[in-house]
Design a protein around this ligand. Structure first.
Ligand SMILES: Nc1ncnc2c1ncn2[C@@H]1O[C@H](COP(=O)(O)OP(=O)(O)OP(=O)(O)O)[C@@H](O)[C@H]1O
Ligand SMILES: [Mg+2]
Length: 270
């Protein structure tokens, strides 16, 4: 397997080149290229059905593009062991909650991330539990380590799943709408914890999928927008979050309000 690719002093985390994905008669993704460099954190925006989840499935190797190439950390899909690459990717989908064994505690769920399993199928060492605890600590979540998952609040459950993804020290962390279901204060606390997480020297690059641009904070360096399966725009956050681009992305007249890099969206007319 190849090692990380160095480009201009950066490590390229994701390199998608001209990805297309067709199912039946439908072009779900067309000719999309995306490069994510180390040190960048991206928001991925797009209307419902625009192709975000499909694109993420291709990046994480769970779907295969009809044409185009994907490489993650220098590993070219089709010429590498995908199981090994997936260990470097944390994909947090909050839908997996339904697969969680009822009585597992938060720390048991986090430690099971070491085997990418749901449920404990082997004994874990004290050292492994310590790693799980430090993953919870990174999200200020160690206080509920021994509480059973089903009794946790939604925000606490979300943090548990992210800690589970972090326990293998991924290089890429994909968060699909992590703030959905959080109350306004819980959302702020949660985003603050992610901000603390990205400040760690070995923090993974993040892809943050959201429908709410007020969740795009300063640590999100770049934004990628998909429309109808095609790239509409990508680049630095401040350049991409414009009235024109977001109006096109969401098929409405909207205004981006920017108060000191705190963004919000006002819909003028539908
Ligand atoms: N296997 C498939 N077969 C046929 N159509 C599919 C398949 N997978 C996805 N689609 C379609 O592709 C389009 C993109 O779906 P996708 O789930 O990627 O959108 P999304 O941007 O994640 O939307 P949302 O914001 O609602 O989560 C949708 O129209 C969906 O119905
Ligand atoms: Mg989706």
């Amino acid at each position: 397997m190849q090692n990380n690719t160095e480009i201009s002093g950066y490590t390229t985390i994701v390199n998608c080149n001209k990805i297309s994905f067709r199912r039946g008669e439908k072009d779900i993704l067309q000719d999309i290229s995306w490069k994510i460099q180390q040190g960048q954190n991206w928001a991925l925006l797009g209307a419902n059905g625009s192709g975000k989840t499909t694109f993420l499935k291709i990046i994480t190797g769970y779907e295969w593009p009809t044409s185009g190439t994907v490489s993650v950390l220098g590993n070219i899909y089709g010429r590498c062991d995908l199981r090994e690459v997936r260990k470097m990717i944390g994909w947090v989908s909050f839908n997996i909650s339904s697969n969680i064994p009822n009585n597992d505690t938060a720390i048991e769920i986090v430690v099971s991330g070491l085997e990418a399993s749901m449920g404990l199928y082997r004994e874990y060492s004290q050292d492994e539990y310590n790693r799980a605890l430090s993953a919870l600590n990174m999200l200020s979540a160690a206080n509920f380590a021994n509480q059973s998952y089903v009794t946790l609040s939604q925000g606490e459950q979300q943090k548990t799943l992210i800690a589970r993804a972090l326990v293998n020290k991924p290089k890429l962390l994909v968060l699909d709408e992590p703030c959905s279901g959080l109350d306004p204060a819980a959302k702020e606390l949660f985003l603050k914890d992610i901000e603390n997480l990205v400040s760690h020297h070995d923090a993974p690059g993040i892809i943050f999928v959201t429908h709410h641009i007020d969740e795009i904070r300063e640590w999100i360096t770049n934004v990628f927008i998909i429309k109808d399966g095609q790239k509409l725009a990508d680049g630095h956050t401040g350049n991409v979050l414009s009235n024109e681009i977001l109006s096109q992305a969401f098929n409405c007249n909207c205004k981006v309000l920017n108060d000191n890099n705190n963004y919000s969206l006002k819909i003028d007319k539908i």
